[in-house]
Design a protein around this ligand. Structure first.
Ligand code: HEM
Length: 386
């Protein structure tokens, strides 16, 4: 994506009349100077970036609520797609009975929750309801200020297509969520692991995109560095961010197949480094997406690789003359990678209690956030931003 540039693009030092104003023929030139314009542009950028950071925080919370919804087996409790009227929960006993009757028709109720009472149903309903309501709220918090900033001319022109694209992606993510949920209404008792992972990765793509736009707006990107080592380190952080994203995708498959409920030992699986049954399915590629053993094993391998790379990059960064924020970013990535690794092992050993699963989900997003931040911050000590 082309990055939004920082620095004023609305000012020109050639146009700097005095503050008092000048009469030129009949027309009075309105007084301004470039410093005022610069200050306004900076204040606008700050406000826009703050708004985007708030949206990021809301998306992070949405992902955690989504993890809780899945872990409490609540995700299939609302059988209707009603983007507007669905904002209201059932009002009155008759409406509750109606939505419960819909739930009683799907395989999850018939095969897993048969005999569930209305009160028990309500407890799973509320998680899915909050998840969807939070999604709507993100839409409002994004679209409302977007319109307001646009009307005030507070958004740099080159930023507008990025923000419109983010709005469209947000809407599509709602649709993808429904497509995922719909896969659990017939035949199976849970949603497809493919659609779950697609939904998770799309959420993270929107998150990363929003974050990148916000960071770039407030912190100008580094100039192409003269120091080759720094440029290589930045590329290495790009690779790390990609690897973390891949680890997250593989985590989506672990979650989608409930693969965290088996082989709850670490580092060995079933007493082996490479568990028997890794390649049970034919064709072989199917194992990567559908075989619980292979899916869990791959997630472990990717996690070990991500954490090791984060430590190695941190060690490397210590040997380079970087800006102070760059050193801080590299250290935080390394620390978060180790914390996330620990959270993953704990989630596995304790057979994924809801709170640990949710924490592991949040940790994954924080790690990605820091990797993106480091990617942006790595620059030599006296680098001039562009
Ligand atoms: C860089 C490190 C790691 C990252 C970025 C990561 C990321 C993720 C993500 C995003 C999920 C899906 C969560 C969800 O959709 O609710 C997940 C699930 C899971 N991960 Fe990791 N993970 C990492 C390390 C580990 C490690 C080291 C282990 C254990 C050996 C582990 C075990 C699990 C388990 C058991 C699940 C399924 C949890 C559930 O059912 O909610 N993870 N991981």
């Amino acid at each position: 994506m082309s990055e939004p540039q920082s620095g004023s693009d609305t000012t020109s030092s050639a146009l700097a009349p005095s503050r008092r104003g000048t009469t030129l023929g009949a027309a009075t030139i309105i007084p301004y100077n470039t410093q005022d314009l610069d200050r306004t542009a900076t204040a606008n950028d700050r406000a826009v970036a703050l708004w985007l950071y708030c949206c990021c925080a809301m998306i992070l919370a949405m992902a955690v609520i989504g993890a809780i919804t899945r872990l409490t087996e609540s995700g299939l409790s609302i059988m209707e797609w009603a983007p507007f009227s669905g904002a209201l929960p059932p009002l009155g006993q008759a409406e509750w009975e109606r939505v419960f009757a819909l739930y009683r028709e799907i395989p999850e109720y018939l095969e897993v929750n048969a005999g569930m009472t209305l009160e028990e149903f309500k407890s799973i309903f509320w998680w899915e309801y909050i998840h969807r309501l939070w999604g709507r709220l993100i839409g409002v918090v994004f679209a409302g200020p977007l319109l307001w900033f646009l009307l005030r001319g507070a958004i740099r022109r080159r930023l507008v297509p990025h923000l419109v694209a983010l709005f469209v992606f947000g809407g599509l993510q709602g649709l993808l969520g429904w497509y995922m949920v719909a896969s659990g209404f017939a035949e199976r008792t849970d949603v497809s692991q493919y659609r779950l992972t697609a939904h998770l990765m799309a959420a993270l793509a929107i998150y990363a995109y929003t974050l990148w736009v916000a960071i770039t707006l407030r912190h100008p990107r580094p100039a192409p560095s003269a120091a080759a080592a720094t440029a290589t380190l930045r590329r290495a952080y790009f690779a790390l961010a990609g690897l973390v994203a891949l680890t997250i995708a593989s985590g989506g498959f672990v979650a989608g197949l409930n693969a965290g409920l088996v082989y709850n030992t670490f580092p060995l699986m079933d007493g082996d480094w490479l568990p028997e049954g890794y390649a049970l399915q034919e064709p072989w590629l199917l194992n990567v997406f559908e075989n619980v053993i292979a899916v869990q094993f791959n997630h472990r391998v990717l996690a070990v690789t991500s954490a090791t790379l984060a430590v190695l990059l941190w060690l490397w960064s210590r040997r380079l003359e970087l800006a102070a924020t760059a050193h801080r970013a590299c250290s935080l990535v390394m620390l978060m990678a180790l914390i996330q690794f620990g959270l993953g092992i704990s989630a596995l050993l304790f057979v994924v209690p809801v709170w640990l699963g949710a924490l592991h989900q949040a940790g994954a997003i924080l790690l990605l956030t820091l990797a993106i931040w480091a990617l942006h911050q790595v620059r030599p000590r006296r680098d001039r931003p562009v």
